[in-house]
Design a protein around this ligand. Sequence first.
Ligand code: ATP
Length: 325
Amino acid sequence: MTDTSTTGAASVATLAELEQRAASRRERPAFGHDALISCDRLVRIFTADGVEVQALQGLDLLVTKGELMALVGASGSGKSTLMNILAGLDEPTAGQARVAGCDLLSMGAKERLRYRREIVGFVWQQTARNLLPYLTAAQNVALPMQLRGVRGKAKKAARAEELLELLGVGELRDRRPTQLSGGQQQRVAIAVALANDPEVLLADEPTGELDSATGRQIFESFRAANEELGTTIVIVTHDQAVATEVRRTVAIRDGRTSTEVLRHTRIDATTGEEHLVAREYAMLDRAGRLQLPADYTETLGMRDRVALELEQDHIGVWPDDSGSN
Ligand SMILES: Nc1ncnc2c1ncn2[C@@H]1O[C@H](COP(=O)(O)OP(=O)(O)OP(=O)(O)O)[C@@H](O)[C@H]1O
């Protein structure tokens, strides 16, 4: 008979060890504790005509304060759903979402209104949705300050002027939206979104209705806001030029973050020249789940099951060869 008591005793933790483990788990910082935007297993289910659509299926996303990043993904992948939740316009079905310390699931109506006025600013694709047609550019920028209860007409006018100048449309302050080009309207819209100095600026396809040269100018306006005012900016875009200009592009697929491209400049040791280096990463969620890019799995004919091997500094993933033995 084999004596298992020794092995059994060795594998059973003492009470003191269990208490220590529980304590260290408690002390471990929560997911995204130091991020400005933190989405944790975010779910949004829509029900239309008795049919359920899972627009977000456990999406994880962390954005650090001061970042300028892009979100990309095919049509229907859930980008606008996520933006509407982050903008405080829609509520998630489950999961957690926090922006600048505000819990987007438990906010009451009053808190939600304050959140939309003071914590986030947004710029939409449709230029007409961003500005009131009967107000001048400067009056449009002053309006959010007025709604927030900022006192002093001169103070509001000065802030409006400062923002319009920063975005390169200072000289257009007295024009109404119909007297501005699409690109100029979007720059005024960015000034409106920044009026109350929000922590986060959200933009959903802000260059979607513009030609590529104008789109580039708009992107430069976002960069100016990010660099000069330190505003954290998240841009949803189909625009390849925008997606490759930012340091971090996160791809959403089927309601989840799937891959992420990080870019940094590297100086060539021999020539001294600067090169932009981009590298694609797959997201690993807290349960250890990894989504492999479809083009990788299709190339190697991987389906249903893969073989894994732990090496010293990497994990190998091979097509399932169990049938060939
Ligand atoms: N109000 C709604 N009612 C029902 N289904 C919805 C609603 N809003 C979005 N959906 C569905 O949720 C999924 C995600 O939509 P979403 O608009 O977030 O995608 P998207 O990535 O922004 O797409 P696009 O790039 O075309 O704007 C889609 O299948 C869409 O049909």
